[in-house]
Write a protein that binds this ligand. Structure first.
Ligand SMILES: Nc1ncnc2c1ncn2[C@@H]1O[C@H](COP(=O)(O)OP(=O)(O)OP(=O)(O)O)[C@@H](O)[C@H]1O
Length: 306
């Protein structure tokens, strides 16, 4: 059974008079990849800084494997691996030397463990090259290797895709999923661009102005897939049809002669029936799934400038 790796309960942060985080609740299980998405200034970094103990909470509590970051800091913190700002890497040393150097800060990290993480992040071929020669993507991998050396239950990556090209993002996606599956690590990834991390996450939480405004599964959730569907209706009398649908309380947009209606899949037959009963001629019904990106833009009012 999967254990809860991270739990935020009613977490608040006030700086001066400004309430930056307004009572966040969030749970991430072991082996789960959680996308923490929000526009710039939404409060992602502030939340993460509290989780890793870089900033005090104004209210609520944060637990890592059941240990409170406030009352049992040491116990809680040893279960965290994080890259919050850029990973600290020495360019004049090889990847291996960097990891060895870092390993000395912890007790009991063996060379076998270092080899294991190198292979997990797929750096075997370049591990003896100087880090100064690494691409941004490789440095990112080495940073992750460094962050997971001590086998944390929770890995936190703040905007790991920043500055990476699509190939680099794909690379991250592959090894992050591997980490979650093979090492049962819970991963929290923040980003202001949903599209970049959607594919590597099991669940997504959208934060705006210090509040989670939506949380949803990304994979295998039929009900979630059915919700938020848009249906394009091609009808003869679009003006009357629009009125009828609006009277039933549906959200309808008109685009040239076509109507775009927000529906759940299971309601499509009823809507078509209603139109027919009102003698509207229906030529076509095309469901288009609203992508998460559309929903995100809708929810956050399109404020995703990076
Ligand atoms: N030390 C501080 N003093 C005052 N306001 C702050 C402080 N730190 C953050 N804020 C404010 O809190 C809000 C949340 O900032 P935060 O950096 O957590 O957002 P974010 O979602 O991580 O955004 P970004 O993607 O830009 O990093 C912003 O409005 C920011 O101006």
């Amino acid at each position: 059974m999967s254990q809860v790796a991270l739990e935020l309960k009613n977490v608040k942060k006030t700086i001066g008079k400004k309430e930056i985080i307004k009572g966040l609740d969030l749970t991430i299980n072991q082996g789960e990849v959680y996308g923490f998405i929000g526009p710039n200034g939404a409060g992602k970094t502030t939340t993460i800084r509290m989780v890793v103990g870089l900033m005090k909470l104004s209210g609520g509590d944060i637990k890592i494997l059941g240990k409170s970051i406030q009352s049992e800091y040491k116990e809680a913190a040893k279960n965290i691996g994080a890259i919050v700002e850029n990973p600290e890497l020495y360019p004049f040393m090889t990847g291996w030397q960097n990891l060895m150097h870092y390993a000395r800060m912890y007790e009991g990290i063996t060379k076998e463990r270092i080899k294991e993480v190198v292979s997990l992040v797929g750096l075997e071929k370049v591990i003896n090259d100087k880090v100064g020669k690494y691409s941004l993507g490789m440095r990112q991998r080495l940073g992750v290797a460094q962050a997971i050396l001590h086998k944390p239950a929770l890995l936190i990556l703040d905007e790991p895709t920043n500055g990476l090209d699509p190939a680099g993002i794909r690379e991250i996606r592959d090894y992050i999923r591997d980490l979650a599956v093979k090492d049962n690590v819970a991963v929290m990834i923040s980003s202001h661009l949903l599209s970049e991390i959607e594919l590597m996450c099991d669940r997504i939480g959208i934060i705006q102005q210090g509040e989670i405004i939506q949380e949803r599964s990304v994979r295998g959730d039929d009900e979630a897939e059915d919700a938020g569907l848009k249906v394009i209706l091609d009808v003869e009398q679009s003006v009357q049809a629009e009125e009828i649908l609006k009277e039933s309380g549906l959200t309808v947009e008109k685009e040239s002669d076509k109507l775009i209606v927000e529906l759940n899949r299971k309601d499509i037959p009823n809507v078509v029936k209603q139109l027919i009963e009102n003698e509207i001629l229906v030529y076509g019904v095309t469901p288009v799934k609203a992508t998460l990106e559309d929903q995100f833009l809708e929810l956050t009012g399109g404020n995703v400038i990076g």
